[in-house]
Design a protein around this ligand. Sequence first.
Ligand code: PGA
Length: 251
Amino acid sequence: MRTKLVAGNWKMHGSLTANETLLSALKAGLAAGVGCESAVCVPFPFLTQVQALLQGSPIGWGAQDVSEHAKGAYTGEVSASMLREFGCGYVLVGHSERRAMHGEDSRLVARKMRAAQAASLVPILCVGETLAQREGGVTEDVVTEQIGAVIEELGVGSLACAVIAYEPVWAIGTGKTASPEQAQTVHATIRGFVAGRDQALAEQLRIVYGGSVKAGNAAELFAMPDIDGGLVGGASLDANEFLGICAAAGQ
Ligand code: PGA
């Protein structure tokens, strides 16, 4: 039985004041527990605030990126052990915005994942195809290359303490959600790919869906057998939306 995970990806949004309002609404809404795991992945400067406000609540937190290096002369980078000091449980690695805008390839993403795990963070490994790749019929090749690089670098066992987020690039921030069937097909492909290396691990592995998840479409996505929750961008900035998504995941 895989417990569903709903993780918010705030991206480069938020302010101390807005975060306080959002987080107190989330804490109130999730205080009684809703039968899923929840977390928010926030910009680095807000980690102190998030740690102070969420400590002792059922909501976890994390960052959106991490350095592949443990420490040293890497101006602007943030290490996994630093994130750990701020109580992070999770960190996103390989988000498509970082792959596209910061030139992160699958090998670098794998090394970031190694750094995260070395500091006991759970990496949320983001994978997904662009519209051109989907239309070109190479969705499966793209996601298996992205996951395959991690397996080659770190071994399949690294996925035991990780979450995979399938996020079709064409569905991110566009309002165009993959249909539950489209998402399920890719989730099943991913699980099958991992099962080819380790069946038991694949059955335990949480594969969450991301790309325009909202309170209004979450339930039908989460009803799919291989969709184990969501990675939520835009809708994670709205307390009612995020709580509605968590409620759908807890059903
Ligand atoms: P979205 O973003 O929910 O706004 O589409 C998802 C993500 O990029 O993680």
